[in-house]
Design a protein around this ligand. Sequence first.
Ligand SMILES: Cc1ncc(C[n+]2csc(CCOP(=O)(O)OP(=O)(O)O)c2C)c(N)n1
Ligand SMILES: [Mg+2]
Length: 321
Amino acid sequence: MQLSRDDLKRAYRSMFTIRTFEERVVKEFAQGNIPGFAHVYLGQEASGVGVCFDLSNEDYIGSTHRGHGHCIAKGCDVHGMMLEIMGKQGGLCGGKGGSMHIADMSKGMLGANAIVGGSPPIAVGAALTQKLKKTGKVAVAFSGDGASNQGTTFEALNMAVVLKVPAIFIFENNGYGEHTAASYAVGGPSIAERARSFGMPAEVVDGSDFFAVREAMGRALERGRADEGPYALEIVCSRFTGHFVGDPQAYRLPEEVARARANDPLPRFRAGVTEAALLDHADLDAIEQEVLAEVEDAVSAGMAANRPDLSTLEKDVYVRY
Ligand SMILES: Cc1ncc(C[n+]2csc(CCOP(=O)(O)OP(=O)(O)O)c2C)c(N)n1
Ligand SMILES: [Mg+2]
């Protein structure tokens, strides 16, 4: 499907929001304003946005420990996210989940997940619900190259094929699981080949190209919406920073990090749409100014907000039925 000018602006806004949000998370974390751990999505923006671009609020995603970008791409509120990450009242989960447990059911965001390989089985369950209720909706599992080695992932891939559910498995191969290179730790020819061996179609996609990701996702969605079964995408992306905020990356040569940063999906998108005269630089500049103000505002709100009240400690521990 051809993208309109508004679609292209939406794509850039989403990618630039992730970029700005994550750069700010790095800064606020360093200043002690974010408790716990933070894993940022810098460099992987085109993957999350390309995958989520044509999903509705009734399509589901399951995310990972590196989930801020997935949340933003799925439409979660940036204010609510920043408050959540800062552990403040008004956060999407009341400030009690934090970076690795953000969820927003109103957006079909089933949750970030600190368990590597945790989201594929959850997505299979959500996909089975869609199949049984004949909704025509899909469930997407985001996971990484590291998660592709987990037994839970293998079980989910198998079950999705056996039950023929509309699950879409996204493997964001950013070259590392923590500090271990995928070239060492992932056996076999590719993650896509591994998914194929379970009996589903799978593609390897350039994760710095929003258009390539969205088009591949379109093929996965077509199959899922027609109830023809699962699909897998191995999206090859660049991790600009370390595994967690503060990781000095002693295991990567500076040249390698520079190469990763040179493969930046945002300037690539900008060059593509302006050279094809689809958008002007001024359109994109205006979006950037709006996003910068929005994120600044979210940080101010987060700094001003209170921590959850002690009386709420035992609330929201279990889902209310
Ligand atoms: C079951 C489980 N094992 C180990 C960990 C520790 N751990 C956290 S992130 C991570 C690496 C995950 O790598 P990958 O799936 O490639 O995701 P990326 O960090 O590259 O986005 C590991 C091993 C964990 N959180 N859960
Ligand atoms: Mg990885």
